[in-house]
Unconditional design. Structure first.
Lengths: 179, 313
């Protein structure tokens, strides 16, 4: 399985900052060829809309690129894009516009419409408060640790731990699973 | 039986299923957005420079006027901000109340958007915001609906349009967003048992481009795009609500419009169109929704607030 950020890189990339990387066209290409689908999937799980997620991640990438043009440093493109895309996906207004664009793309045949799996886990996830949903997806889907999630969401580790605990408990109850 | 941890890892992996991507299209898309952001930033920088110059000139002009006449500047048209709340009798104390007149069954009443106050005062963020109505104008709320979603920053009374031409006001509540407002629409029913309900959307053919549960609009007019709504008329004279989303492409606009008709608490999608038209003819939102003036911080849209929402009946 593709791992969001290699564990050995985590300390230098997500938590303690590490060395900044240049965000240019080559870096954007690498991101699109690498972490992009997985970040879109993660944001889609949180936002409940793949169209909104793709739109939010593309917008976050554009912002990263434009900021780099102005000389701003971005230490970890995947972490930065994930954080910004999650924030952008909060807007339901953006979702409306994203779904309009997705519909347009489908009409042009550039996007394969795949049937959605209506899994219990999606319904259970949708019932969680936003913060718990984000933490559950980042932990179980992107396989981030508590410190990494705290860094990505700009919250304390205590907040992550309590959200993870509550979210996990709620998901277990909703899915009728043992904790 | 696997534990919850295994179940979550397995099912989230299945649920996500990242779709195959067209890398060329994605890169083009990101590059377009980057260019658009650069353009917007340059425009904004120009606007800020102009605003600073205007402010300096305006301050100088006011000082000159005061020095020559001794008078004070005119009253501000900015919205009044206060936590003072009318007694709505909702069963809990309220704060950050905005209100607007409505008409239900021919009687003028009021609609309120209010936040639940806590012992510590008015919460900084809108965790528990309700919309309430006083259908007989006696100053007490007769019914309420809430808490409203997405009021994290704030929600307030937006407009009281008649969306279906039945003579009764519908209620539009706004929440501030990054580039405009989100607007939620509600139906008020009068009589002896008043109610306020969100508008649900029926889209039997799946053709609409709108947000639902409840029916929502985006109210935006920025350099690159716009979103809003206006009323129209069907062939039989029935009033319709047309929700518009558009991208500005130089002198043209690429517009997606969804036509709905409201009956009871259900808005049914009748038609959807996607057209390119001159920007001057595009349905860019102005300061009213179906003839009802827009209030509160969105008043005077798309410019700065020009009016204030009444805070008391």
């Amino acid at each position: 399985m593709t791992v969001f950020v290699r564990q050995e890189d985590v300390e230098s990339v997500l938590v303690s900052g590490g060395t900044e990387a240049t965000v240019d066209e080559a870096a954007i290409r690498d991101f699109l060829a690498g972490p992009f689908p997985r970040v879109v999937a993660a944001v889609g799980l949180v936002a409940g809309s793949k169209a909104a997620a793709e739109d939010a991640v593309a917008e976050a990438l554009a912002r990263a690129w434009e900021r780099a043009d102005r000389g701003e440093e971005i230490r970890s493109l995947p972490a930065w894009v994930t954080h910004v895309a999650l924030n952008l996906s909060r807007s339901r207004l953006r979702r409306v516009r994203a779904e309009a664009r997705a519909r347009d793309r489908m009409e042009r045949g550039n996007l394969q419409a795949t049937p959605e799996d209506r899994l219990d886990v999606q319904r259970a996830l949708a019932g969680l408060p936003r913060r718990q949903r984000e933490v559950i997806v980042l932990h179980y889907f992107l396989e981030l640790r508590v410190a990494e999630i705290a860094s990505a969401l700009h919250v304390s580790e205590g907040t992550v731990k309590s959200s993870l605990h509550r979210g996990r408990h709620a998901m277990a109850a909703a899915l009728d699973e043992e904790e | 039986m696997p534990g919850i941890d295994d179940r979550l890892r397995r099912d989230l992996e299945r649920a996500a299923r990242p779709a195959a991507q067209d890398a060329r299209r994605l890169l083009d898309d990101v590059a377009r957005r980057r260019a658009r952001r650069s353009t917007v930033r340059r425009v904004q920088a120009g606007v800020v420079a102009f605003a600073v110059a205007a402010a300096v000139f305006g301050t100088f002009a006011v000082l000159q006027m005061r020095a020559s006449t001794g008078s004070t500047p005119g009253e501000s048209v900015a919205p009044v901000v206060t936590a003072t709340a009318p007694a709505l009798h909702l069963g809990f104390p309220t704060c950050d109340v905005s209100s607007m007149p409505i008409t239900v069954d021919g009687v003028q009443g009021f609609a309120y958007v209010a936040q639940k106050a806590s012992d510590a005062g008015c919460p900084k963020h809108g965790d528990f915001v309700v919309v309430a109505v006083d259908v007989d104008g006696d100053g007490q709320a007769d019914t309420s609906y809430g808490p409203l979603a997405d009021c994290y920053l704030s929600c307030e009374a937006f407009a009281a349009p008649d969306l279906n031409g039945d003579g009764n006001s519908e209620i539009a509540v706004s929440t501030a967003g990054a580039d405009g407002y989100g607007v939620y629409l509600f139906v008020v029913t009068g009589g002896t048992n008043p109610s306020i309900d969100p508008i649900h959307v029926s889209d039997p053919h799946g053709i609409g481009t709108i947000a639902t549960d409840p029916l929502q609009l985006a109210w935006i007019d920025v350099v690159t795009h716009f979103s809003g709504a206006h009323c129209g008329a069907l062939a039989d004279g029935t009033r319709s609500l047309i929700v518009d989303i558009g991208d500005k492409l130089g002198t043209n606009a690429d517009v997606t419009s969804t036509t709905l008709v409201l009956r009871g608490t259900t808005a049914t999608v009748l038609d959807a169109t996607h057209t390119t038209m001159p920007l001057a003819d595009a349905p860019v939102p102005k300061g009213q929704l179906c003839g009802a003036p827009i209030l509160g911080s969105a008043g005077g849209f798309p410019g700065p607030a020009a009016g204030s929402t009444s805070l008391t009946p």
